[in-house]
Write a protein that binds this ligand. Structure first.
Ligand code: GUN
Length: 299
């Protein structure tokens, strides 16, 4: 069973678009997303292009700010502050990674928490930990949970979820979200002993480590649901490049009950959740009930 992230994302985007139509028609508010890209990293350019295009398709206005690789920290911070103060901008996304001379943490801390549609600001991270209702939740972890529910149903209660990876962007917030879903949560990482045996206990296995095809059938309990967050480019100029996940898809399919493909799994959900967060942010900033944006419409 292959979990179709593209189809799930398309369904979520229909709901987001409907919320945008209400916001623009009834409330005269057009949700707007500012996307900031510093430098010329090819992967980041592709991600930003996709985010901007899909925002447009959902009826969200997007404003793209492309800055050269030698942009100073001060210039970037000044742009972020300008966007913070601009009442017609509801969401701000600074594409990561930033060039080495810029302090990412300082940039994230400067984004107004209520416009931080990535959910990376300390107030949103802390809000997620505390279960605050208005915290903006990081997009990839949110998309992962939606995909798990798509496969397993609305309740994940009591299931053993193993998260491989402990990044601030995916692993840590994902573990917190799964705890909110009443899963039993284990976080595994590069220093975990006998990581394969731990993963074999998982009813749902999430892998977000950035190592091409690390996980194979020996890591998977028969019938488990596998959510692969990795996007790795392998191959060579001569052979041609291809994208693979952190899971060896072919090997894993012999054991898993259901698995997300790469591409076409988590990736589309990340963008769909970003658009949803932008609309949620626009609602919150204008005192409009967040019920306008459905919780999950994946099934
Ligand atoms: N780089 C890789 N993933 C992300 C993401 O979700 N948000 C931002 N801002 N940068 C990223």
């Amino acid at each position: 069973m292959i979990i179709d992230g593209k189809a799930c994302a398309a369904r979520l985007n229909v709901a987001t678009r409907a919320a945008v139509t209400t916001l623009t028609g009834l409330h005269r508010i057009q949700p707007a997303l500012a996307v900031v890209l510093v430098g010329e990293d090819p992967a980041s350019q592709v991600y930003v292009r996709n985010k901007v295009r899909q925002a447009g398709e959902a009826g969200i206005r997007s404003v793209e700010h492309r800055l050269p690789p030698d942009t100073s920290s001060d210039v970037l911070l000044a742009l972020v502050r300008t966007l913070n103060d601009d009442p017609v901008v509801h969401g701000i996304l600074v594409q990561l990674p930033l060039p080495a001379h810029i302090d990412e943490a300082q940039v994230i801390a400067t984004i107004a928490a209520e416009k931080d549609v990535d959910g990376f600001h300390a107030l949103n991270a802390g809000g997620l930990l505390n279960g605050a209702p208005h915290a903006l939740v990081p997009c990839t972890p949110q998309g992962c949970v939606m995909l798990a529910k798509q496969q397993l149903g609305e309740s994940l209660a009591g299931l053993h979820a193993v998260v491989v990876g402990r990044s601030n962007i995916v692993g840590k917030p994902l573990a917190v979200l799964l705890l909110q879903e009443n899963c039993t949560v284990t976080i595994a990482h590069s220093r975990t002993r006998d990581i394969e045996a731990i993963c074999r206990q998982a009813d749902i296995l999430f892998v977000a480590v950035g190592r091409a095809e690390l996980v194979n059938e020996n890591w998977i309990k028969p019938g488990a649901t596998v959510i692969d967050v990795g996007i790795n480019r392998t191959g060579s100029e001569q052979q041609g490049f291809r994208l693979v996940g952190d899971v060896d898809f072919k090997s894993a399919t012999s054991r898993a009950g259901a698995i997300t493909p790469v591409p076409g799994g988590v990736g589309p959900m990340t963008i769909a959740c970003l658009l949803r967060n932008t609309v949620l942010a626009a609602c919150h900033q204008n005192g409009i009930d967040r019920q306008l944006v459905p919780e999950t419409v994946v099934r």
